[in-house]
Design a protein around this ligand. Structure first.
Ligand SMILES: Nc1nc2c(ncn2[C@@H]2O[C@H](COP(=O)(O)OP(=O)(O)OP(=O)(O)O)[C@@H](O)[C@H]2O)c(=O)[nH]1
Ligand SMILES: [Mg+2]
Length: 241
Protein backbone atom coordinates (compact mmCIF):
# COMPACT_ATOMS: atom_id res chain seq x y z
CA UNK A 1 0.00 0.00 0.00
CA UNK A 2 1.41 3.34 -1.00
CA UNK A 3 1.17 6.56 0.93
CA UNK A 4 -0.50 7.98 -2.17
CA UNK A 5 -3.53 5.78 -1.53
CA UNK A 6 -4.46 8.10 1.32
CA UNK A 7 -5.01 11.01 -1.05
CA UNK A 8 -8.17 12.98 -0.47
CA UNK A 9 -9.74 15.86 -2.30
CA UNK A 10 -8.69 19.06 -0.55
CA UNK A 11 -9.65 22.12 -2.60
CA UNK A 12 -10.16 23.64 -6.04
CA UNK A 13 -8.40 26.85 -6.95
CA UNK A 14 -9.22 29.31 -9.71
CA UNK A 15 -7.03 32.24 -8.68
CA UNK A 16 -3.48 32.39 -7.30
CA UNK A 17 -4.44 34.11 -4.02
CA UNK A 18 -6.59 31.08 -3.19
CA UNK A 19 -3.70 28.59 -3.24
CA UNK A 20 -3.43 26.64 0.04
CA UNK A 21 -1.21 28.35 2.58
CA UNK A 22 0.27 25.15 4.01
CA UNK A 23 4.03 24.93 3.94
CA UNK A 24 4.15 21.33 2.75
CA UNK A 25 5.67 20.05 -0.49
CA UNK A 26 3.41 19.63 -3.49
CA UNK A 27 3.88 17.88 -6.82
CA UNK A 28 1.87 18.98 -9.84
CA UNK A 29 0.69 16.94 -12.81
CA UNK A 30 1.01 18.99 -15.98
CA UNK A 31 0.51 18.16 -19.62
CA UNK A 32 -1.62 18.62 -22.70
CA UNK A 33 -5.32 18.28 -22.37
CA UNK A 34 -6.33 14.62 -22.66
CA UNK A 35 -2.78 13.37 -21.96
CA UNK A 36 -4.05 11.34 -19.01
CA UNK A 37 -3.17 13.50 -15.97
CA UNK A 38 -6.36 12.88 -13.99
CA UNK A 39 -6.37 9.18 -14.87
CA UNK A 40 -2.75 8.85 -13.71
CA UNK A 41 -3.61 10.49 -10.39
CA UNK A 42 -6.55 8.13 -9.90
CA UNK A 43 -4.48 5.04 -10.63
CA UNK A 44 -1.55 6.16 -8.49
CA UNK A 45 -3.92 6.89 -5.63
CA UNK A 46 -5.83 3.65 -6.19
CA UNK A 47 -9.14 5.52 -6.35
CA UNK A 48 -11.60 5.50 -9.22
CA UNK A 49 -12.93 9.03 -9.05
CA UNK A 50 -10.52 11.13 -7.06
CA UNK A 51 -9.55 13.31 -10.00
CA UNK A 52 -12.12 13.81 -12.72
CA UNK A 53 -11.01 11.96 -15.85
CA UNK A 54 -12.92 12.17 -19.10
CA UNK A 55 -12.94 11.50 -22.80
CA UNK A 56 -13.81 15.14 -23.31
CA UNK A 57 -10.61 17.17 -23.53
CA UNK A 58 -10.39 20.21 -21.30
CA UNK A 59 -12.13 18.46 -18.45
CA UNK A 60 -9.93 19.68 -15.61
CA UNK A 61 -10.47 23.43 -15.63
CA UNK A 62 -9.25 24.38 -12.20
CA UNK A 63 -6.22 23.57 -10.10
CA UNK A 64 -7.32 20.67 -7.90
CA UNK A 65 -5.46 19.84 -4.71
CA UNK A 66 -5.39 16.40 -3.09
CA UNK A 67 -3.90 16.06 0.37
CA UNK A 68 -1.72 13.30 1.75
CA UNK A 69 -1.42 12.65 5.43
CA UNK A 70 -3.98 14.63 7.38
CA UNK A 71 -6.90 12.61 6.12
CA UNK A 72 -5.23 9.40 7.19
CA UNK A 73 -4.72 10.70 10.69
CA UNK A 74 -8.35 11.75 10.84
CA UNK A 75 -9.62 8.38 9.72
CA UNK A 76 -7.82 6.62 12.51
CA UNK A 77 -8.63 9.01 15.32
CA UNK A 78 -11.81 9.92 17.07
CA UNK A 79 -11.22 13.67 16.66
CA UNK A 80 -11.76 15.50 13.37
CA UNK A 81 -9.17 15.49 10.59
CA UNK A 82 -6.27 17.67 11.62
CA UNK A 83 -5.29 19.60 8.55
CA UNK A 84 -2.04 20.70 10.17
CA UNK A 85 -0.84 17.13 9.77
CA UNK A 86 -1.12 17.25 6.01
CA UNK A 87 2.25 16.12 4.69
CA UNK A 88 1.99 16.88 0.99
CA UNK A 89 -0.30 17.78 -1.87
CA UNK A 90 -0.81 16.23 -5.29
CA UNK A 91 -2.00 18.86 -7.75
CA UNK A 92 -4.05 18.18 -10.89
CA UNK A 93 -3.51 21.04 -13.34
CA UNK A 94 -5.76 22.01 -16.23
CA UNK A 95 -4.40 20.70 -19.52
CA UNK A 96 -2.94 23.03 -22.08
CA UNK A 97 -3.35 22.95 -25.84
CA UNK A 98 -7.12 22.54 -25.79
CA UNK A 99 -8.26 24.39 -28.88
CA UNK A 100 -11.88 24.92 -27.83
CA UNK A 101 -11.05 27.22 -24.94
CA UNK A 102 -11.85 30.81 -25.86
CA UNK A 103 -9.18 33.52 -26.05
CA UNK A 104 -9.72 35.24 -22.72
CA UNK A 105 -10.19 31.99 -20.80
CA UNK A 106 -7.03 30.67 -22.42
CA UNK A 107 -5.06 33.76 -21.41
CA UNK A 108 -6.35 33.42 -17.87
CA UNK A 109 -5.20 29.81 -17.69
CA UNK A 110 -1.86 30.41 -19.29
CA UNK A 111 -1.12 33.13 -16.81
CA UNK A 112 -2.35 31.10 -13.86
CA UNK A 113 -0.45 27.97 -14.91
CA UNK A 114 2.70 29.87 -15.81
CA UNK A 115 2.80 31.75 -12.54
CA UNK A 116 1.90 28.69 -10.50
CA UNK A 117 4.68 26.51 -11.91
CA UNK A 118 7.27 29.27 -11.89
CA UNK A 119 6.55 30.99 -8.59
CA UNK A 120 5.04 28.50 -6.21
CA UNK A 121 7.63 27.90 -3.48
CA UNK A 122 5.96 24.75 -2.16
CA UNK A 123 6.03 23.15 -5.60
CA UNK A 124 8.75 20.51 -5.22
CA UNK A 125 8.59 19.00 -8.68
CA UNK A 126 6.51 18.55 -11.80
CA UNK A 127 5.17 15.33 -13.27
CA UNK A 128 4.90 16.06 -16.99
CA UNK A 129 2.47 13.71 -18.67
CA UNK A 130 2.73 13.24 -22.42
CA UNK A 131 0.98 10.81 -24.71
CA UNK A 132 3.75 8.31 -25.56
CA UNK A 133 2.60 8.38 -29.21
CA UNK A 134 3.40 12.10 -29.54
CA UNK A 135 5.57 13.33 -26.69
CA UNK A 136 7.46 16.62 -26.50
CA UNK A 137 5.11 18.74 -28.57
CA UNK A 138 5.89 22.43 -28.73
CA UNK A 139 3.69 23.20 -25.72
CA UNK A 140 5.32 20.42 -23.65
CA UNK A 141 8.74 21.82 -24.43
CA UNK A 142 7.50 25.26 -23.48
CA UNK A 143 6.29 23.93 -20.12
CA UNK A 144 9.62 22.16 -19.61
CA UNK A 145 11.49 25.36 -20.33
CA UNK A 146 9.29 27.46 -18.05
CA UNK A 147 9.98 25.02 -15.27
CA UNK A 148 13.66 24.44 -16.05
CA UNK A 149 14.31 27.99 -14.89
CA UNK A 150 13.33 26.97 -11.34
CA UNK A 151 16.01 24.23 -11.26
CA UNK A 152 13.44 21.85 -9.76
CA UNK A 153 13.01 18.23 -10.94
CA UNK A 154 10.65 17.10 -13.67
CA UNK A 155 9.57 13.48 -14.02
CA UNK A 156 8.00 12.70 -17.40
CA UNK A 157 5.41 9.97 -17.77
CA UNK A 158 5.00 8.76 -21.35
CA UNK A 159 1.35 7.85 -20.92
CA UNK A 160 -0.97 5.45 -22.76
CA UNK A 161 2.05 3.21 -23.39
CA UNK A 162 -0.47 0.39 -23.94
CA UNK A 163 -1.09 1.93 -27.37
CA UNK A 164 2.50 1.21 -28.45
CA UNK A 165 4.19 -2.05 -29.32
CA UNK A 166 7.44 -3.00 -27.67
CA UNK A 167 9.76 -1.37 -30.17
CA UNK A 168 7.70 1.81 -30.42
CA UNK A 169 7.76 2.05 -26.63
CA UNK A 170 11.53 1.63 -26.60
CA UNK A 171 11.83 4.36 -29.26
CA UNK A 172 9.62 6.73 -27.26
CA UNK A 173 11.73 6.17 -24.14
CA UNK A 174 14.96 6.69 -26.07
CA UNK A 175 13.59 9.93 -27.51
CA UNK A 176 12.62 11.01 -23.99
CA UNK A 177 16.12 10.42 -22.65
CA UNK A 178 17.68 12.21 -25.55
CA UNK A 179 15.42 15.28 -25.32
CA UNK A 180 15.83 15.55 -21.55
CA UNK A 181 19.59 15.17 -21.64
CA UNK A 182 19.77 18.14 -24.00
CA UNK A 183 18.76 20.43 -21.10
CA UNK A 184 21.66 21.69 -19.01
CA UNK A 185 22.13 24.39 -16.40
CA UNK A 186 24.43 27.40 -16.74
CA UNK A 187 27.41 25.28 -15.72
CA UNK A 188 26.55 22.70 -18.37
CA UNK A 189 25.33 20.14 -15.82
CA UNK A 190 22.27 18.05 -16.64
CA UNK A 191 18.99 19.19 -15.09
CA UNK A 192 17.12 16.83 -12.72
CA UNK A 193 14.84 15.51 -15.44
CA UNK A 194 13.75 11.88 -15.72
CA UNK A 195 11.38 9.86 -17.89
CA UNK A 196 9.54 6.53 -17.89
CA UNK A 197 6.80 4.72 -19.76
CA UNK A 198 3.40 4.58 -18.09
CA UNK A 199 0.02 3.02 -18.74
CA UNK A 200 -2.90 3.64 -16.43
CA UNK A 201 -4.90 1.06 -18.39
CA UNK A 202 -2.36 -1.74 -17.97
CA UNK A 203 -1.05 -0.32 -14.69
CA UNK A 204 2.46 -0.52 -16.07
CA UNK A 205 5.13 1.78 -14.71
CA UNK A 206 2.96 2.32 -11.66
CA UNK A 207 5.47 1.28 -9.02
CA UNK A 208 8.29 3.33 -10.51
CA UNK A 209 6.07 6.40 -10.77
CA UNK A 210 4.84 5.94 -7.21
CA UNK A 211 8.38 5.68 -5.83
CA UNK A 212 9.58 8.64 -7.83
CA UNK A 213 6.71 10.84 -6.67
CA UNK A 214 7.28 10.01 -2.99
CA UNK A 215 10.99 10.61 -3.44
CA UNK A 216 10.38 13.99 -5.10
CA UNK A 217 7.99 14.97 -2.31
CA UNK A 218 10.64 13.97 0.19
CA UNK A 219 8.28 11.65 2.01
CA UNK A 220 8.73 7.94 2.13
CA UNK A 221 6.03 5.42 2.80
CA UNK A 222 8.33 3.54 5.17
CA UNK A 223 7.53 5.45 8.30
CA UNK A 224 3.85 4.70 7.70
CA UNK A 225 4.35 0.96 7.89
CA UNK A 226 4.73 0.66 11.68
CA UNK A 227 1.56 2.69 12.20
CA UNK A 228 -0.39 0.38 9.91
CA UNK A 229 0.85 -2.69 11.72
CA UNK A 230 0.55 -1.14 15.14
CA UNK A 231 -3.23 -1.42 15.19
CA UNK A 232 -4.11 -3.20 18.41
CA UNK A 233 -6.96 -5.65 18.02
CA UNK A 234 -10.17 -4.44 19.55
CA UNK A 235 -12.05 -6.58 22.01
CA UNK A 236 -13.52 -9.56 20.30
CA UNK A 237 -11.59 -8.91 17.09
CA UNK A 238 -9.52 -11.79 15.77
CA UNK A 239 -5.99 -10.65 15.35
CA UNK A 240 -4.19 -11.60 12.14
CA UNK A 241 -7.46 -12.14 10.26
N1 LIG B 1 -5.44 3.60 -23.50
C1 LIG B 1 -5.27 4.43 -22.46
N2 LIG B 1 -6.09 5.47 -22.30
C2 LIG B 1 -5.87 6.31 -21.27
C3 LIG B 1 -4.78 6.11 -20.36
N3 LIG B 1 -4.79 7.12 -19.46
C4 LIG B 1 -5.84 7.92 -19.79
N4 LIG B 1 -6.49 7.44 -20.87
C5 LIG B 1 -7.69 8.03 -21.50
O1 LIG B 1 -7.40 9.33 -21.99
C6 LIG B 1 -8.52 10.20 -21.83
C7 LIG B 1 -8.13 11.46 -21.11
O2 LIG B 1 -7.74 11.16 -19.79
P1 LIG B 1 -7.74 12.26 -18.61
O3 LIG B 1 -7.05 11.62 -17.45
O4 LIG B 1 -9.08 12.83 -18.40
O5 LIG B 1 -6.79 13.38 -19.26
P2 LIG B 1 -6.33 14.78 -18.65
O6 LIG B 1 -4.89 14.93 -19.01
O7 LIG B 1 -6.66 14.86 -17.20
O8 LIG B 1 -7.20 15.82 -19.50
P3 LIG B 1 -7.68 17.33 -19.13
O9 LIG B 1 -8.35 17.28 -17.81
O10 LIG B 1 -8.54 17.68 -20.27
O11 LIG B 1 -6.44 18.17 -19.12
C8 LIG B 1 -9.59 9.37 -21.10
O12 LIG B 1 -10.50 8.86 -22.06
C9 LIG B 1 -8.78 8.25 -20.47
O13 LIG B 1 -9.53 7.07 -20.27
C10 LIG B 1 -3.94 4.96 -20.57
O14 LIG B 1 -2.97 4.67 -19.85
N5 LIG B 1 -4.23 4.16 -21.63
MG1 LIG C 1 -7.82 16.18 -16.15
Amino acid sequence: MSLLWQARFFTTVNRLPDLPKYQVPEIAFAGRSNAGKSTAINVLCNQKKLAFASRTPGRTQHINFFSLGGAHVGQHRKDATRVDEIRAFLVDLPGYGYAEVSGSAKDHWQLLLGRYVQERDQLAALVLIMDARRPFTELDTEMLEWFAATGKPVHCLLSKADKLNRSEAADALRLGHSVLSSYVDEQGRPLPFSVQLFSALKRSGLEDADQKILELLGISGDDEQPALHKKTPEKGEISGA
